[in-house]
Design a protein around this ligand. Sequence first.
Ligand SMILES: [Zn+2]
Ligand SMILES: [Zn+2]
Length: 436
Amino acid sequence: MIPKSRLIAAVLILAALAGAPPGARAVDPKTSKKIDAEIEKVRAEVVKIRRFIHMNPELGNREVETARLIASKLQPLGFEVRTGVAKTGVVAVLRGGQPGPAIAVRADMDALPVQEATGLPYKSLNPGVMHACGHDVHSSVVLGTALVLSALKTGLKGSVTFLFQPAEEGAPEGEEGGAELMVREGALDSPPVSAVFGFHVWPEPVGQVLFAAGNVTAAADSFNITVKGRSAHGARPQEGVDAVVIAAEIVTALQTVVSRATDPTDPAVLTVGTIAGGSRRNIIADRVVLEGTVRTLSETNQKKIRGLMESVVRNITGIYGAGYEFEYKPGNPSVFNNPELAAAMTPTLVRLLGKDKVVEWKPQMIAEDFAFLARKAPGFYFFLGVRGPGQPATPLHSPGFNPDEKAIPLGMRILSHLLIDALEGQSAIAGSGSVF
Ligand SMILES: [Zn+2]
Ligand SMILES: [Zn+2]
């Protein structure tokens, strides 16, 4: 839940943004020019940093060199830098020269266990590890934005917390990590932020931004179902309890949970991703394990599906006299874009990109741990197009994923404007004093 003090600050920021006459909160032309000039100054360096990170990808909770590089760029510029947050995370606060609220922006830093197949001159030097989800771009765009805003520090009304987060793709087995741990370790607390921004690259054309007001991504839960039968000779099934046949029935019956028992206008996905059991062709299997994922947008569906799944497993195993284990683990909640904040930020995006390039999107059933940040403070999360002209739409997580680097300066420009507009909007109502 969002704490009260944060809520008050957030309400003020939103009221100010929503109440401002059109254009009033927009970055003034002088500042806008300065942003462009600063981007021009640092863009080559930022692209170089991106390529370095791309060549040296690190898995979740192991982003040691990536974090060191990021911290080393921000420390000399007067950012208040904390390292080792949520294992390897970096939190860097830029305090503006003018009073105002505090807001945050987040980049994730981790790579994936994928063997790169792009053939780029700056491809991964780390075998079997690749920035196939574009977190190298996120880190460099947010770092670049930090460099730009640092140059505009004197006129900045409030503070911006830059979050460089480990392990968005999940922490290694047995470890904690990611946005949830960042929040627990106080990444959004000093100063307490009243809005948090984030984005993800997406294989849509460069120049396009996509977002949804409300749910952006799904809650992503995981489950393990173990069917416990009894072994027997494959030719004497009457003496055993066949876990394979029971598991097959469970897989089929689970398909009806979403299709027959949930509201079709409230999307949900139930996928059994693995099935494993049995030891030999002529032995009745005594054990089958099913693993899968459930994606939902509403808590109603999440609760209902979990309950129905267990009932399917209990009843089907019951018919055949088998036992079962049902493990259900809630994962990332749904990323929820604060509708007022999304509405307040839309004009900034339209001004920068043009109306036709700002696409209001449907929620995606993917998972994103930004959700934990957006639960702590009102959040705004968008997708940044990174597909170059004539490039195929290579999906995220694939070995050929190759975002167009033109999206890097554009991403910096978008974030710089969003953050300044958000600070300006709040300052307009708070007068010269901070609301904190
Ligand atoms: Zn990913
Ligand atoms: Zn990602």
